[in-house]
Design a protein around this ligand. Structure first.
Ligand code: GLU
Length: 362
């Protein structure tokens, strides 16, 4: 009916909270109605919902002063339960079951954990259960945290091979100037060949962690993997069905997906930069060969340096002769063996083409 089968929807904290920081249950109920409608029409939907910390904040009166980490953990623990309770009741009213999946960046870092997580969401979808995902904010602190739920939703959309990712926030899309400026307009279609980073406002959202710049970066990356990404306003009337029925005009920014869909493992590698354990530096010839359209693996002969300590199958960063990071890959050797092979001819690839992910800055 909609030309796609699987859709990931991220709802930002600002969509679900009122100006005073309390949970906007009216908005939530309306979004659940829309999701239920799409679900009834045969779409498989994965929901990534923020709002745990925001909805926990007003629930408890804290005695004394709490440090930032403890406050976040406390609010998230209470708020996530409250959020799920609401979702559960709203979906139940439509006769739809939903389930909670809390994740952390670390648990998506190894291929085995990643596939476990994927399997969990798959089994839910197969049984017509709507997965509602969030970061486990009670244990994800500081450097172990996702930048925000935009990053998480990009990873989930890629992991689950969704055909579309909708990022709902409290703005209509990406403006070609400051949103406050009356002449600024929403950029309706964003083409991957055109980098518009320079026009994006760098401010952060009020209740969530993300901002437009991270949304834009994630959206580009995900669209580069062949998934259509839409940034739209979660407060727009019936926004979800209207976005999917393409003849209906809704103000939003659409990222045109790359016609080439990346393989599952390449998508995992592309979203695993923060787990990279080491670096491989290559010479100009190797960099040129890799940048060719033709599928090529990274051979020892093109390597000039190996940095850090890593095991076979870890993710490493790849740098060219000008010290620019040009990609990521899953290595076939540990760092000791990789060092021994530097510059040698005739060995099997250090990174096989299937596990090589270039153009990260798309
Ligand atoms: N996981 C956080 C929450 O549910 C939101 C993170 C974000 O704002 O992106 O409160």
């Amino acid at each position: 009916m909609y030309g796609i089968k699987r859709l990931a929807i991220k709802i930002g904290s600002n969509v679900l909270t009122r100006a005073d920081g309390t949970l906007d249950v009216t908005r939530m109920s309306s979004l659940v109605d829309q999701i239920a409608f799409l679900h009834r029409n045969g779409l498989e939907i994965i929901l990534i919902s923020s709002g745990a910390v925001a909805s926990g904040r007003n629930e408890i009166k804290v005695k004394g002063r709490l440090d930032d980490v403890s406050a976040r953990q406390l609010y998230a623990a209470v708020g996530q339960a409250k959020l799920m309770n609401r979702y559960y009741d709203f979906f139940k009213a439509h006769g739809i079951a939903c389930g909670q999946v809390l994740t952390t960046k670390e648990s998506l870092g190894t291929r085995r954990h990643y596939l476990n997580q994927k399997n969990c969401v798959n089994v839910m979808l197969e049984n017509k259960v709507i997965p509602i995902m969030n970061e486990n904010d009670t244990i994800a602190v500081t450097e172990l945290m996702f930048t925000d739920n935009d990053e998480l939703s990009g990873m989930i959309a890629a992991m689950m091979d969704a055909e579309m990712l909708i990022l709902l926030s409290n703005v209509d899309g990406i403006y070609n100037g400051s949103p406050g400026d009356s002449t600024a307009e929403i950029i309706r279609e964003i083409d991957l060949s055109n980098d518009i980073t320079a026009c994006i406002q760098t401010g952060k959202s009020t209740f969530g962690r993300g901002g437009m710049l991270t949304k834009y970066r994630i959206a580009r990356k995900v669209a580069g993997e062949g998934i259509e990404v839409i940034i739209a306003n979660g407060k727009t009337e019936a926004v979800l069905p209207r976005l999917l029925e393409k003849n209906q005009d809704v103000l939003c920014s659409r990222f045109i997906p790359s016609p080439k869909v990346s393989s599952g493992i390449k998508k995992w590698i592309a979203h695993s930069e923060s787990f990279a354990k080491g670096e491989i530096h290559i010479n100009a010839d190797a960099a040129k060969v890799l940048s060719d359209e033709k599928a090529t693996s990274l051979l020892p002969v093109g390597i000039v340096a190996v940095k850090g300590v890593f095991e076979k199958d870890d993710i490493v960063r790849i740098y060219d002769d000008k010290l620019r990071q040009i990609g990521l890959g899953k290595v076939s050797y540990d760092s000791v063996k990789a060092r021994e092979l530097i510059g040698k001819k005739g060995n099997k690839p250090v990174i096989h083409y299937d596990y090589l992910c270039l153009d990260l800055r798309q």
